[in-house]
Design a protein. Structure first.
Lengths: 112, 112
């Protein structure tokens, strides 16, 4: 049972493009939705996160849009750069033990 | 440097062997985690300890045994290794189980 569904699996854009990665969840008890960025050979690192009482959060070139009624959230990367090429994971936290459930990841390639 | 560190970075071993992976964090965090990332990059939590107490124990074979000698260390011991155990194992820590998680660099385990 996959509680957080992430799409697309991979994404290729040109430099300056705006890649969008989407996630959907099922459990309405989730209360925190982070996005992690992972470079090859490294551990995931928190990029940006949102709580369900907010519809949008922006940090630099990264924006999360959150639709509570649809149980969906997405990551937008403005003015994407080759250095943004990485795997991006959405996640959702919920339950009494605050467990993080991850999406399956999106491999983003930004071509120069 | 303040960080989550893991040793070894690479581990190649034969089926049936017993091995351990060590994790240390010097961030002063109370909560530590082990995650498994499979060949398709899917990240799944295995265990979580808060102040040396086990709080998350996912459906993991009992060949895997975490040990937390103190709140700065969380080691993972694996008995009778199987081919399917090949993966990258990440340690993470957070100030509390409610907070942002910081991941280590990972240990790539290959079982031959």
């Amino acid at each position: 049972q996959q509680q957080v569904k992430q799409s697309p699996q991979s994404l290729i854009v040109q430099k300056g493009g705006i890649p969008i990665i989407n996630c959907a969840y099922e459990n309405t008890a989730f209360d925190y939705f982070p996005w992690y960025q992972q470079f090859p050979g490294k551990g995931p690192a928190l990029l940006i996160a949102i709580r369900p009482d907010v519809s949008e959060k922006k940090e630099g070139r990264f924006t999360i849009s959150f639709n509570k009624s649809a149980k969906q959230f997405s990551l937008h990367i403005m003015d994407s750069q080759p250095g943004d090429s990485a795997t991006y994971f959405c996640a959702a936290r919920g339950g009494s033990n605050y467990k993080l459930t991850f999406g399956k990841g999106t491999l983003l390639t930004v071509n120069p | 440097d303040t960080a989550v560190s893991q040793t070894p970075k690479y581990l190649v071993t034969q089926m049936g062997n017993d091995k351990s992976i060590k994790c240390e964090q010097n961030l002063g965090h109370d909560t530590m985690y082990w995650y498994k990332q499979d060949s398709k990059k899917f990240l799944k939590i295995m265990f979580s300890y808060n102040n040396k107490e086990l709080i998350i124990n996912e459906t993991v074979p009992n060949r895997f045994s975490p040990k937390s000698p103190d709140k700065a260390h969380l080691n993972l011991h694996i008995n009778s290794l199987e081919l399917g155990d090949s993966a990258v194992y990440f340690c993470a820590s957070s100030p509390g189980s409610y907070n942002e998680q910081f991941f280590g660099p990972g240990t790539r385990l290959t079982v031959l």
